[in-house]
Design a protein around this ligand. Structure first.
Ligand code: FES
Length: 97
């Protein structure tokens, strides 16, 4: 049996502007955790990091990607934008707005 550590979550995700919150584990994408929690209103389409429909500003927190270069421009990636359909939380997160 593998024990969960503090890096595995769950992390608290807050969605602006409504302030909706949900919990997200490190092993599940932000979008998948939102849908699992019944959170509605996060735009999405392809769910594989290519269409950019889910693009959101990341105000706080860290994410990781399992695919080498999701559909973000380099300046978006460094400028605090995130694709929730392929982004895995590594801390508490605040996004949207
Ligand atoms: S839903 Fe298409 S990039 Fe996220």
């Amino acid at each position: 049996m593998t024990e969960k550590g503090p890096d595995d979550g769950p992390f608290r995700v807050t969605v602006r502007p409504a302030g909706t919150t949900f919990e997200a584990d490190a092993g599940r994408t932000l979008l998948a955790s939102a849908l699992l929690a019944g959170v509605e209103g996060l735009p999405n389409s392809c769910r594989n990091g290519t269409c950019r429909a889910c693009l959101q500003p990341l105000h706080r927190g860290e994410v990781a990607y399992r695919i080498p270069w999701p559909g973000l421009l380099p300046e978006e990636r460094t400028g605090g934008w995130v694709l929730p359909c392929v982004a895995f939380p590594r801390s508490d997160i605040e996004l949207g707005g």
